[in-house]
Design a protein around this ligand. Structure first.
Ligand SMILES: CC(C)(COP(=O)(O)OP(=O)(O)OC[C@H]1O[C@@H](n2cnc3c(N)ncnc32)[C@H](O)[C@@H]1OP(=O)(O)O)[C@@H](O)C(=O)NCCC(=O)NCCS
Length: 181
C-alpha cells in the first residue's frame, strides 16, 4: 500500500474488477482511453487473470483515505526493466471527483514508486490530443511533450492524434531539489 495525503494506492483485488469494468464502460471515460470495445464480466475476469500473471504491469486502486472509497485506478504498464521505462495509466472512474487534483496526487505517488522502488528512469504518457485534462495534469508534474502521432487511433468516428509526454528521473529529482549538480 502506498499512502498519500488524501488517498492511498492499494493492490487491485478480485472484488474490484467489476467496479473497474463499470468505469471502463462509462462512455465519458471510454472515449478517452485506448480501448475500442465495451467489456463484459467474462472479459474482465480474463483481463484480471492475465494481469495477475503479468510482471510488466503494476496497477493500483486509488482509494480516498477518509471515506475508504475507491475512485479510480492508476499504475504502470509495459514496464521494461532493461531500458528502465514504463507507460503511465490514470483513470478517475468516479466522475464527481474530477478536477480536484486526485489524478495528480495519485501520479506523484506512482512516479515516486517508479523511480525510487522500481528503479525506472523514464515514464511515458499517451493521450488523445483532445484530452486536455490529462495533458494539464502531466505538464503540472513536469512531463514534457515529445511529439504527436498523427491520426494514430480511429475512435468516436474519426482519427485521433495521440500526444506523447514523458518524465525522466533526472527531471523529477531536479524539480524536487534532489539533484545537486
Ligand atoms: C484525465 C483524468 C485522469 C484527470 O483526473 P483529475 O483527477 O480530474 O485530474 P487533476 O484534477 O489532477 O488534474 C486535471 C487538470 O486538468 C485541468 N483541466 C481539466 N479539464 C481541462 C480542459 N478541458 N482543458 C484544460 N485543462 C483542463 C484541471 O484544471 C487540472 O489542472 P489544474 O490542477 O492546473 O487546475 C480524469 O478526467 C479521467 O479519469 N478521465 C477519463 C480517463 C482518462 O482520460 N484517462 C487518461 C487516458 S490517457
Amino acid at each position: 500500500m502506498i499512502v498519500g495525503e488524501r488517498i492511498i494506492l492499494r493492490c487491485i483485488d478480485k472484488g474490484d474488477i467489476y467496479k473497474i469494468m463499470h468505469w471502463r464502460n462509462d462512455p465519458e471515460i471510454k472515449k478517452n482511453v485506448f480501448s475500442h470495445t465495451f467489456i463484459n464480466s467474462l472479459q474482465q475476469e480474463r483481463w484480471f487473470e492475465n494481469y495477475c500473471q503479468n510482471n510488466t504491469e503494476e496497477r493500483f486502486m486509488i482509494v480516498l483515505k477518509d471515506q475508504d472509497e475507491a475512485i479510480g485506478v492508476n499504475g504502470l504498464s509495459d514496464i521494461d526493466y532493461k531500458n528502465q521505462s514504463a507507460i503511465l495509466n490514470t483513470m478517475i472512474g468516479e466522475r464527481k471527483y474530477w478536477n480536484q487534483g486526485y489524478a495528480k496526487e495519485a501520479t506523484v505517488l506512482i512516479i515516486n514508486y517508479a523511480f525510487s522502488e522500481l528503479n525506472l528512469n523514464r515514464i511515458v504518457s499517451y493521450s488523445y490530443e483532445s484530452n486536455k485534462a490529462i495533458q494539464k495534469k502531466n505538464s503540472n508534474l513536469g512531463f514534457q511533450v515529445e511529439g504527436l502521432l498523427r491520426q494514430m487511433v480511429f475512435s468516436e468516428g474519426e482519427f485521433q492524434n495521440v500526444v506523447i509526454m514523458s518524465l525522466l528521473r533526472g527531471d523529477w529529482n531536479k524539480q524536487k531539489g534532489y539533484n545537486q549538480g
